[in-house]
Design a protein around this ligand. Structure first.
Ligand SMILES: [Zn+2]
Length: 247
């Protein structure tokens, strides 16, 4: 497997489904933003495919020059590879709530125990504690010529961040499990999935003139994302949750 270039400056370096960047079937999409002088990785998968994931990053750039791995949230399919990432010398950053849970390898707070009981992960899968640095929302991060805005986006779970980057092909949203193609959302019957906060998050994102939507799963939206985000916000404005990506 290898990295799949999506846009100028953006590669898919991990995925549970994409045939050209497959790392492990349980993994989310993981993205590398890189301009030749610096960049960031968004999310790191479960850790079950970390060797391939690290090799994919290395096929595009020198991992030592990457500014860090930015985690959207603490669910294992996005953050379980944190320990492998730090062992490889990468800095890993997440919302302070997520960083605390990942540092402790807390399988209750991250809802891994529930997800395992539901059969979503292998029965012997565990969350390795990882030295994840707290990344408060509202910051702008810089690595080489790449600048990324860190945006608070609760709703799918507590401590969810999304990342905005103004790239050569337009304003790009790395949305994790916050919003998907078609303006769908990800609602689960877990204690920290909060519909009222989800509505505020989507209504805020709809006003940010986003062109490109790169979510944590399923279809990538390489143009015209604003209309799809507005669809989700309009639904929430009528107090009706948008369609759920999970069925
Ligand atoms: Zn999630």
């Amino acid at each position: 497997m290898s990295a799949q270039q999506l846009l100028e400056g953006v590669w898919l370096v991990g995925s549970g489904t994409h045939p050209h960047a497959l790392t492990d079937p349980h993994d989310c999409h993981s993205y590398l933003v890189w301009d030749g002088t610096g960049g960031f990785v968004v999310d790191c998968g479960t850790g079950l495919g970390s060797d391939t994931w690290l090799a994919n990053i290395g096929s595009v750039c020198d991992p030592a020059r990457v500014g860090g791995v930015l985690l959207t949230h603490y669910h294992a399919d996005h953050a379980g590879g944190s320990a492998a990432a730090t062992a490889a010398g990468l800095d890993v950053m997440a919302h302070p709530l997520a960083a605390k849970a990942l540092l402790a390898g807390d399988q209750a707070a991250t809802q891994l125990n529930r997800a395992k009981a539901a059969g979503i992960y292998p029965s012997d899968y565990t969350l390795a504690p990882a030295n994840v640095e707290p990344l408060p929302p509202g910051r702008r991060l810089r690595s080489g010529g790449i600048e990324v805005d860190v945006v608070d986006a609760p709703g799918h779970c507590d401590g969810h961040l999304v990342f905005l980057w103004d790239g050569p092909e337009g304003r790009t949203l790395f949305s994790g499990d916050c919003v998907f193609a078609g303006g769908r959302i990800s609602m689960q019957a877990i204690p920290d999935c909060r519909l009222d906060l989800y509505a505020s998050t989507l209504i805020d994102l709809a006003f940010r003139d986003i062109d490109i939507l790169l979510p944590g799963h399923q279809t990538l939206v390489l143009e015209g994302a604003a209309a799809q985000l507005k669809q989700a916000a309009a639904s929430f404005s009528r107090l009706i949750p948008p369609p759920n990506v999970l069925t």
